[in-house]
Ligand binder design. Structure first.
Ligand SMILES: [Zn+2]
Ligand SMILES: [Zn+2]
Length: 185
C-alpha cells in the first residue's frame, strides 16, 4: 500500500466500514505509524494486535491488509485506542497508542481531515515492546486440534486446557459466555 496517500487509505476504510468517523482516521494513523516502525507493509510479514473492537479495528485491518480470519490480526480487547505491530521476519515489535483526542473536538469531515494530518508527535505515542507467542498463535495450518473430553466439540489451536479425563474446551473448563436455554430437539 506504499503508494497510497492517507486520503486514499481513509477512503478505502470508509468503504469497508460504512461511515467516515474518528475511528477510521485514528486507525489509518496508527496503522501507518506501526508499519513504518516495524519496517514492512506486507501483511504476510506482520501480525497486529488490536486493542479494541470498535471503529479502529476495521481501519487497522484495511490499511495493514492483516485479517482476524487469517490470524495476522488479533483482537486483544482492552478497550483502548492502541495496537501492537510485529514484523514476523525481523522480530521488530512496537505498540502505538493514541495520546489523546479532545472529546470536544468536532467530528465534521473537516475536523477529521485535520486529524488525518496532525503531527504524529501530537497524536501518537509508541514504544518498543515484546509479545510472546506460542507456535499455535501463528498463521498456517492448525498445529493442535483435540476433541473436548466433556462436550466432544473440536478445539483448534491449543485453546484446550488439561482436565482430569482429558483436554477440555475453554467453556467446559472455565464456564461459557452463554448459557444453554434449550437443547437441540
Ligand atoms: Zn466508525
Ligand atoms: Zn467442551
Amino acid at each position: 500500500m506504499g503508494s497510497l496517500t492517507p486520503e486514499d487509505l481513509l477512503h478505502r476504510c470508509v468503504e469497508f466500514h460504512g461511515h467516515l468517523c474518528l475511528g477510521q482516521v485514528l486507525g489509518v494513523r496508527l496503522a501507518l505509524k506501526g508499519m513504518e516502525l516495524i519496517g514492512t507493509d506486507n501483511p504476510k510479514e506482520m501480525m497486529v494486535f488490536i486493542e479494541n473492537d470498535r471503529c479502529i479495528a476495521d481501519a487497522i485491518q484495511i490499511v495493514t491488509g492483516t485479517r482476524i480470519g487469517r490470524r495476522s490480526a488479533k483482537l486483544i480487547n482492552y478497550g483502548k485506542m492502541a495496537a501492537t505491530f510485529l514484523n514476523t521476519e525481523s522480530g521488530a515489535t512496537y505498540r502505538v497508542n493514541v495520546r489523546q483526542v479532545d472529546p470536544k473536538a468536532g467530528h465534521s469531515p473537516e475536523m477529521l481531515r485535520q486529524t488525518l494530518h496532525v503531527s504524529e508527535a501530537e497524536l501518537l505515542a509508541w514504544k518498543k515492546v515484546a509479545v510472546s507467542l506460542k507456535p499455535e498463535d501463528f498463521p498456517g495450518k492448525p498445529r493442535r486440534t483435540v476433541a473436548c473430553a466433556r462436550c466432544g466439540e473440536r478445539v483448534f489451536d491449543g485453546k484446550d486446557v488439561p482436565g482430569e479425563a482429558g483436554p477440555l474446551c475453554p467453556s467446559c473448563a472455565n464456564g461459557a459466555y452463554y448459557s444453554v436455554v434449550e437443547q437441540d430437539a
